[in-house]
Design a binder for this molecule. Sequence first.
Ligand code: KG4
Ligand code: ZN
Length: 335
Amino acid sequence: MKILGIETSCDETAVAVVEDGVNILSNQISSQVAIHARYGGIVPEVASRQHIIAIIPTMEQAMAEAKVGWDDLDGIAVTMGPGLAGSLLVGVNVAKAIAVARRLPIIGINHLEGHIYAIWLMGRRIVFPLVCLIVSGGHSDLVLMRGHGDYVVLGRTRDDAAGEAFDKAARILGLGYPGGPAIERAASNGVAVIQLPRAWLKGTNDFSFSGVKTALLRLVAGGKVALAAERGDELPSGVDAAASFQEAVIDVLVAKAVAVARECRVKQLLLVGGVAANKSLRKRLVDNSPIPVLVPDPVLCTDNAAMIAACGYHHFQDGRVADAALDVVPSLKLA
Ligand code: KG4
Ligand code: ZN
């Protein structure tokens, strides 16, 4: 069964073809990073306009790479939320048009569920129940997955998501956009010498990253950190601040994910979402978890359409198909 996946929830226009939910036949991503970098962050209207421009060429590339024509496809899976309304509308409308023209079944996919299904593209055996740590630009969720489509959200962020915190910290340190990779690069040249707070929120599985971000902002504003350009001998530098920040965020993510996986007595712990591309986070979780940790390849952690198609396959298998009334839901929840 060949599924065409379409993902336009944020700033990547992505189209992929996946066979039987596991074999990637193509995975095309047209990135808008260079466009939004000029503004220091994503501008929603610019993003939707860019999706309009990029979606058809990206789809043509994906179909050519997969060596498939319209007649070879069995269904279309498209991200319906959560995300930016204008961006989601582009993908959903294109998917609907194809579905009508080619009489193909269509399914609306929750972007977060898509992130989880990136694991199915890694060729590993997946054992339910499992716990997923989903860390992206908009979410830091701890989810118990009891089977396909069966989720219990056990913890979530109370303020900034992990990726959002990385992006804001990078801006504070003048490291540019996108912030996650920028912090990771800087941190690899620094030492975590600055004590930053960790919000443990004892007794809950929730996260909070606004405190560590504010503490960093205060240090920089108070002249307690010498940013890279003005590196001094007596002050910790910007790269040390990046390393300290990254460590503070990872400490909490790893401790809470391991604790929840233990409590739930699961056999596998999944790390997914854009922040899962972070090498230190991957290593720390693998090193500290007594339960086997599965992480997608970095290109399948950040936004892509292969994960949407993989997820769509399971929806089709279970008969969970949408109809012509499919709409976008910008604040769609997982459970
Ligand atoms: O999943 P994703 O691509 O898009 C959303 O669904 O939000 O995640 C994007 C987030 C951004 O906040 C970005 O800074 C972060 O993931 N990110 C990283 C890394 N690569 C991307 N954070 C830390 N380290 C990275 N290497
Ligand atoms: Zn995402």
